[in-house]
Design a protein around this ligand. Structure first.
Ligand code: UTP
Length: 303
């Protein structure tokens, strides 16, 4: 069975939940302290051994491409000033991985974005990491997902328990246990189930290891929820497809630190959590944060 060597990171979405900032700035470029969200996601792919990274970009996403390009003017200025620390910070994203790009001309949904990767990926299993979904580096789980794929074939999704009241916002899985307490077999997947109809509280979150047979299924997948081509709908077909044809979907259970940086509240939590854990900023920031929360001065004159 082929090894997983490629990562696909879709970043072509409109980011409507984070307007107005996302009108001209890609949400994947929003800073989490001093690095854009997308850099953390590429670093996670590389940490899992996936140096071949395909970014699925679209309109108004030029800043993402620029971030991973050289900026010789800036580098020369920093070199002249002898500012090695900032020079390393600027070179970091350039040297991180072999980054490739494909355009999704119209954002027709996550399933459609993944389908745009077909030519680059070819007939091999591959990982998908959502560009606005950040997993804390203390809780990386992609290597476990890859090992499940290597052991069983088929596709693997990441499942996180969410409160009953939120499950209708996600793709949701009907599952059966396996010998491995961290792994479940998936019998069914439903994108954004109507309230009260979810088969479990296990939500699909932004990491996948997919069998290449998903491309054929995506080609035949009609737009679903929200008029978008849903990856969950294609994976649902794969839960009902024979293993010999690339079917079978398993879930890895996750209860670590994860942030949806495309959601305002989750984004704020990510910034605070990561800033508080930094060795340079953390001590002073934590002290301020404590005195701020103790002070109860939360009312703000303007949103
Ligand atoms: P989201 O559903 O969170 O992105 O997709 P969105 O559509 O930009 O969000 P809202 O609801 O309008 O705020 C998850 C990931 O998939 C990408 C997004 O860029 C994000 O990283 N995506 C989504 C695409 O690349 N293409 C699409 O058509 C949709």
């Amino acid at each position: 069975m082929s090894a997983v060597t490629k990562a696909v990171i879709p970043v072509a979405g409109l980011g409507t939940r984070f307007l107005p900032v996302t009108k001209a700035t890609p949400k994947e470029m929003l800073p989490i302290v001093d690095k854009p969200a997308i850099q953390y996601v590429v670093e996670e792919a590389v940490a899992a051994g996936l140096n071949d990274v395909l970014l699925v970009t679209g309109r108004a996403k030029r800043a993402v491409e620029d971030h991973f390009d050289e900026n010789s003017e800036l580098e020369n200025a920093l070199a002249q000033k002898g500012n090695q620390q900032m020079l390393d910070a600027v070179r970091g994203p350039v040297e991180l991985a072999n980054i490739h790009y494909v355009r999704q001309g119209v954002p027709r949904g996550l399933g459609h974005a993944v389908a745009c990767a077909k030519q680059h990926v070819g007939d091999e299993p591959f990982a998908v990491l959502l560009g606005d979904d950040l997993i804390d580096d203390r809780d990386y789980v992609l290597p476990k997902m890859i090992s499940v794929r290597e052991k069983h074939g088929g596709s693997v999704v990441l499942l996180m328990p969410v409160p009953e009241s939120e499950v209708h916002l996600y793709g949701c899985a009907a599952v059966r246990p396996t010998d491995d307490p961290q792994v479940v077999e998936i019998d069914d997947l439903i994108e954004k189930p109507a309230k009260g109809t979810a088969p479990s509280n296990l939500a699909v979150i932004g990491r996948y290891v997919l069998d290449p047979s998903v491309f054929q299924v995506l080609d035949a997948t009609a737009p679903g929820q929200g008029g978008e081509v849903q990856l969950t709908d294609a994976l649902r077909v794969l839960t009902k497809t024979d293993a010999i044809k690339g079917g079978g979907v398993r879930g890895v259970l996750f209860d670590g630190r994860r942030y949806d940086t495309g959601d305002k509240l989750s984004y704020l939590k990510a910034v605070v959590r990561l800033a508080a854990g930094r060795s340079d900023l953390g001590p002073e920031f934590r002290e301020w944060l404590k005195s701020f929360t103790d002070s109860q001065e939360f009312s703000s004159p303007k949103n």
